[in-house]
Ligand binder design. Structure first.
Ligand SMILES: NC(=O)C1=CN([C@@H]2O[C@H](COP(=O)(O)OP(=O)(O)OC[C@H]3O[C@@H](n4cnc5c(N)ncnc54)[C@H](OP(=O)(O)O)[C@@H]3O)[C@@H](O)[C@H]2O)C=CC1
Ligand SMILES: O=C(CO)COP(=O)(O)O
Length: 340
């Protein structure tokens, strides 16, 4: 009997019905969980219920029967044992503030958001502690996982990080099946930093590829980008091994090298001469790296962490530096030890 045939009694509320929220909700439902899928827009919820598909964000992936679209957050949470939040990082605080009074004592919260809070540069776990209270049991899901492939049931592996090992194991069990693998760790900070910084680096690689700089430059940017991620991540308290795992190198490789990535496509569009707003309108989904680049630049400056690739991505995105000049700034740097 496959995991999908084994219905569990567990119900999970998924808050956010964009591409990733819908794909994760489908995976949970396929794996025998009841799912309440909440979106903020009642018309979008009605369309999900009528079409049994998310035509706007995840076309071609049928919603399993055990997945119920729901327009009222209170109703979705009331029916659920635990809650999965999948909104963009700029919407995380307001979503958790709405969620906090609905949680009761026992419900635990996991998010799959990858980014930093605009202006404060806080990681999602800091935003969660401030809005839900430091005692709330929480976790983060991250790793190399395009929504479309998860929606189609293609093999994927992710990491779930939590200070509460029982919650990490429970959520891993809710998701894990023959094609969707879950690893667990306690390193919430490292997983959060990996998921945020890779977005910015994917924009940088998209710019380089879009300018036609080739495979050597791509390998350079990914490898040295990983060093930047590690430098910042360790300074913030993440563990080195996390950055060579699924939520670090795994997601960095995926996002930098495949055109399913919206961040990579942003870089390609900038290299082709588009501006950020025009590219964002074309892509029509969240491009986390645009805002996150500003926050990564801010904390790197504040902490004195050298991040030349992320800095040049920030300058192209927010200071009107031409893509070609930004890449030249990187290649013009003096030679140095590879260990630095
Ligand atoms: N897509 C992917 O492959 C993956 C995405 N992620 C991460 O998941 C997070 C969500 O991204 P993703 O689903 O891809 O984004 P999408 O652009 O596909 O969808 C965004 C969703 O968030 C909703 N939303 C936006 N603002 C708010 C708000 N203020 N309150 C409530 N809902 C809001 C949108 O609703 P509306 O339509 O009403 O605007 C929409 O449903 C991001 O941090 C992303 O990095 C992680 C792994 C894979
Ligand atoms: O996080 C992702 C894959 O792991 C999705 O990447 P993009 O947001 O760049 O599309």
């Amino acid at each position: 009997m496959s995991a999908a045939d084994e219905a569990t009694d567990r119900c999970i509320a998924v808050l956010g019905a964009g591409s990733w929220g819908t794909a994760l909700a489908i995976q949970l439902a396929r794996n025998g969980n009841a799912v309440q899928l909440w979106a903020r827009d009642a018309d979008a919820v009605a369309a999900l219920a009528a079409d049994r598909e998310n035509k706007r964000y995840l076309p071609g992936c049928a919603l399993p029967e055990s997945l119920t679209p729901e327009a009222d957050m209170g109703t979705a949470v009331e029916a659920a044992d635990d809650v999965l939040v999948v909104v963009p990082s700029h919407a995380l605080r307001e979503t958790l503030e709405r969620l906090a009074p609905l949680l009761g004592e026992h419900r635990r919260v996991i998010w799959a958001t990858k980014g930093l809070e605009p202006e404060s540069a806080k990681l999602p776990d800091q935003v969660a502690a401030e809005t839900l209270g430091a005692d709330r049991v929480t976790a983060v899901l991250s790793g190399p996982s395009f929504a479309g492939e998860v929606g189609q049931g293609m093999p994927t592996a992710v990491t779930i990080a939590s200070g509460d090992e029982a919650f990490a194991r429970d959520m891993a069990g809710a998701f894990h099946d023959g094609v969707f693998r879950v690893y667990t760790t306690r390193d919430v900070i490292g997983v959060g930093v990996g998921g945020a910084v890779k977005n910015v680096l994917a924009i940088a690689v998209g710019i380089s590829d879009g300018l036609g700089y080739g495979a050597n430059a791509r390998a350079l940017l990914i490898t040295r980008g990983l060093s930047e991620m590690m430098r910042l991540g360790e300074k913030l308290g993440g563990e080195r091994t996390t950055f060579t795992g699924m939520a670090g190198l795994g997601d960095l490789l995926l996002t930098c090298t495949d055109d399913q990535s919206r961040n990579r496509r942003m870089g390609l569009a900038l290299a082709a001469g588009n501006d950020v707003e025009g590219a964002q309108r074309e892509i029509q989904q969240v491009v986390e790296g645009v805002r996150v680049a500003r926050e990564v630049y801010r904390i790197a400056q504040h902490l004195g962490v050298e991040m030349p690739i992320a800095t040049q991505a920030f300058r192209v995105l927010h200071e009107d530096v031409a893509p070609r000049d930004a890449v030249r700034k990187l290649t013009d740097r003096p030679f140095r030890s590879e260990k630095d």
